[in-house]
Design a protein around this ligand. Structure first.
Ligand code: FAD
Ligand code: MLT
Ligand code: ZN
Length: 479
């Protein structure tokens, strides 16, 4: 097999209609943020695990590398090819089968291309809850969620994608299939292979199916929106919420005034509450196992105490599901409003929750000194210590020129500050190509060496998503 006869071989495996070339590849070649546009040799769309394995074997024989792709909503340039025109994009989106629901085991086993929202619906129709939830859930896939170890808005109660996965099926770089879909909660038979693939961003294997952990549906879910006078007050409210609600606290998101201003500017019909009067708002969610009345009483008591303590200045509790949905929609629209405003710089960082106010104060000052007038669009999953510490160019500036001129220096300043505060430069979006060159500055050399050793052992030809997460080593083969 050579690269020249790879495309006919792929057509034989998946059918001609599922091998796209030239202009038909366009929608797969650029990332969600429209920051990068690559050029693929072709897009191949397997329909089952056997197809995936055969495609991997053909690519390995031809020495051609593969970029796995799910919903292509990733934010770190990991799901699109480079500009060489030599890489194959493998889109898993055709693989959508729900293989099994095991009500007694509280699991479902699904193909990797299942769209997250449709899997939430499948769980709900079976009377259970699949709690992974994020703004891109209408188009991201469970394979992509696991490959990035996605977080989202329910992590403080249910954990990341990793915690929601009991088993995987993975096609390895040599075309072998590793299957571990039994749905076991306990299995101490050696190294934890499942967790090696979760969060590996398509660099160690192609996830073709997963067994997912389901939960009971709560009896009631309530959402509240609160104005807080400072980020210190927001962290105090988080601690108070944990004390009052315990395991019923399922969401705690913070939003800065600048982030909400952008939502108000681009989506005025969403009617953002309270944002003009306060620098920070918080969105809280409680999931109650008793009843709505119980949840409401608990929430009211929490917010009354918070007001007496001076850590909340105003608050509303959604009256019904529609209102709750509208409040969540405002929160999820910050990313879209940033995109509508124009080019921007993203940082997805985590810092110990207790240190977040100081981190933000120091880093804000540092960035304003670097590029006066920049707008800090700071929001995210405060309950997990995860901030989207994003930067919008000064109002009226040429956005593209600002990003080109300042992104590197701003990124260095943010990441140095994150490091100083004992945090991580990627809390949930991953490394991809975007943060790859930052990683060696903040990850211990011994950890990087272990990662390279694992990559070399599992993918010696460097066939799977080369140059993502880790720099390609000299002598690694695939094109
Ligand atoms: P893709 O973007 O297609 O791929 C992401 C990475 O996974 C790539 O490296 C790709 O090669 C690899 N990959 C994809 N499928 C497979 C597979 N089957 N096997 C092996 N590797 C694979 N992320 C969060 O964590 N939390 C959030 O709250 C959040 N909110 C978002 C909101 C918006 C509006 C948007 C646009 C994105 C958001 N994201 C968030 C980022 C993104 O949605 C997640 O990273 C998601 O998990 C990616 O899934 P995907 O199917 O789109 O993967
Ligand atoms: C979110 O939580 O909305 C996304 O992960 C944030 C982002 O777009 O930076
Ligand atoms: Zn997020």
């Amino acid at each position: 097999m050579t690269p020249d006869n790879l495309i006919p071989a792929l057509r034989d495996i998946v059918g001609a209609a599922n091998v796209l070339t030239d202009d038909d590849c366009a929608e797969y070649e650029s990332d969600w943020r429209q920051r990068v546009r690559g050029k693929a040799l072709c897009v191949v769309r397997p329909g089952c695990t056997a197809d995936v394995a055969a495609v991997v074997r053909a690519c390995a024989q031809a020495g051609v590398s593969i970029v796995p792709q799910g919903g292509n909503t990733g934010l770190v340039e990991g799901s699109v090819p480079d500009a060489s025109g030599e890489q194959v994009i493998m889109s898993l989106r055709r693989m959508q089968t729900v293989r099994a629901i095991d009500a007694a085991n509280m699991t479902m086993t699904v193909d990797a291309g299942g769209v997250l929202q449709s899997l939430q619906d499948v769980a709900s129709e079976a009377g259970m809850l699949f709690p992974l939830s994020l703004g891109a859930e209408g188009s991201c896939t469970i394979g992509g969620n696991l490959a990035t170890n996605a977080g989202g808005t329910q992590v403080l109660r249910y954990g990341n994608a990793r915690e929601l996965c009991l088993g995987l099926e993975v096609v390895l770089a040599d075309g072998q299939v590793w299957e571990n879909l039994q749905g076991l909660r306990k299995d101490n038979t050696g190294y934890d292979l499942r967790n090696l693939f979760i969060g590996s961003e398509g660099t160690l294997g192609i996830i073709t199916a997963a067994t997912l952990r389901l939960y009971p549906q709560p009896a009631a879910q309530l959402t509240a929106w609160a104005a807080v006078p400072s980020l210190q007050a927001a962290t105090a409210l988080l601690a108070l919420s944990h004390r009052h609600l315990s395991a019923a606290l399922t969401g705690f998101e913070v939003m800065s005034q600048e982030g909400l201003r952008l939502v108000d500017t681009h989506y005025p019909h969403l009617r953002v509450p309270m944002w003009r009067e306060t620098m920070w708002c918080v969105l809280l969610e409680a999931s109650d196992s008793e009843s709505e009345a119980h949840a409401r009483a608990q929430f009211e008591h929490l917010l009354e105490t918070a007001m007496e303590d001076g850590i909340v200045t105003d608050a509303i509790i959604a009256e019904n599901i529609r209102q709750a949905h509208d409040l969540w929609h405002i929160r999820e629209s910050i990313t879209l409003a940033q995109a509508a405003e124009g080019p921007n710089i993203k940082h997805d960082v985590s810092v110990p929750i207790s240190r977040i106010p100081e981190f933000v104060a120091q880093t804000d000052a540092r960035l304003q000194a670097l590029a006066p007038g920049l707008r800090l669009i700071n929001f995210g999953h405060l309950g997990d210590g995860n901030l989207h510490y994003n930067v919008q160019p000064p109002a009226g500036a040429d956005g593209a020129a600002f990003v080109a001129a300042h992104e590197a220096a701003i990124g260095d300043a943010v990441y140095q500050s994150v490091h100083h505060f004992g945090g991580s430069i990627s809390a949930e979006h991953g490394i991809g190509a975007l943060k790859r060159d930052h990683l060696p500055h903040y990850k211990a050399p011994v950890a990087l060496q272990l990662m390279q050793t694992i990559k070399q052992a599992l993918d010696p030809q460097c066939l799977l998503n080369p140059g993502r997460v880790l720099e390609r080593r000299p002598g690694q083969m695939a094109r």
